[in-house]
Design a binder for this molecule. Structure first.
Ligand code: ATR
Length: 277
């Protein structure tokens, strides 16, 4: 029987993960099956029971999406440092009766920016909007990329402040409220990691944060020109991207972790890309 993998979420109908991992498996010649599972929302222990039912007899790993990233964190036997800082898990490996937990969202995002979009972060000024789970996942990988300055901006400044205090990154990592950004000049890279775009909203970011030769990155994907990307475009930025590359790159990280072979991502990204205009 093939090794079995799955993505678990609720709702899960929209997921692209079975398609992505199916293409990776084909390309890398891996004998595996990857399915989507709609996880139970209640009672609270039902999620863990579903995972255990999948593990026995031949479940090898799972991706985890909303709303279960914290449930997966709680039930893991071992967690990576980035999963611990994120407080959330997006991939699990089942090995020798243990559940090992990872979070590849941040590394996938970093890889998309640096490798696919050719925008290395070292020495750059980077602004990330939000202070929720998505930013918690991105923080360690971003710091590891050595930007000259990394500013975390959030509506509730205390939340951004509490987040950066968990990380030892010196003076280059700072938290700010949106009004403070007016006087901070332009950034080389602005990443919208708030959930604002999911409801068609715009974080209150001043257009002065964008520089014409910089990059604007929207974590949401498949939503076309979101209000954030529209603002960036109006400010003269040509280099704009949504999170489709991050989606595929985090999947490639999980695949490599599970199977020991790293798939190519370009063709899969091209296949899933929805034009921004
Ligand atoms: P996720 O896991 O997707 O990051 P989350 O943990 O609920 O979701 O965090 C959502 C983030 O988006 C928060 O930083 C939130 O800001 P606050 O902490 O100040 O509430 C941010 N957010 C949501 N809607 C927003 C909006 N319309 N404008 C600006 N920020 C918004």
């Amino acid at each position: 029987m093939s090794d079995r993998y799955a993505v678990i979420g609720n709702p899960i109908g929209h997921t692209k993960s079975p398609l992505i991992h199916g293409l990776f498996a084909q390309e890398c010649g891996q004998d595996m099956e990857y399915v989507a599972i709609e996880g139970p929302l209640e009672p609270s222990e039902a999620f863990a029971n579903t995972v255990h039912d999948f593990i026995a007899p031949d479940g090898r790993g799972m991706n985890v999406t909303a709303p279960f990233k914290l449930h997966a964190f709680d039930m893991a036997d071992e967690r990576s440092e980035r999963a611990t800082l994120a407080g959330a898990v997006n991939a699990m490996k089942f090995e020798n009766g243990r559940i090992i937990a990872e979070n590849f969202d941040g590394v996938g995002l970093l890889r998309d920016i640096e490798v696919n979009l050719h925008q290395p972060m070292a020495g750059k000024r980077v602004l990330i909007l939000g202070a929720g789970g998505a930013v918690r996942g991105a923080l360690l990988p971003f710091i590891g990329a050595r930007p000259a300055q990394l500013v975390v901006a959030n509506r509730h400044l205390d939340k951004a402040q509490a987040l950066i205090e968990q990380v030892d990154a010196g003076d280059s990592l700072i938290a700010r409220g949106y009004p403070d950004l007016e006087s901070m000049g332009a950034f080389d890279l602005v990443v919208n990691a708030t959930s604002a775009s999911l409801s068609g909203e715009l974080p209150p970011v001043p257009p002065s944060v964008f520089s014409a030769d910089g990059t604007a990155y929207e974590l949401a994907y498949g939503k076309g020109l979101t209000p954030f990307l529209q603002l960036a475009k109006n400010a003269g930025i040509r280099n704009i991207a949504d999170g489709v590359g991050m989606l595929v790159e985090q999947a490639a990280e999980a695949f490599a972790w599970w199977r020991g072979v790293r798939p190519q991502t370009r063709a899969v990204i091209d296949r899933l890309t929805v034009p921004l205009e």
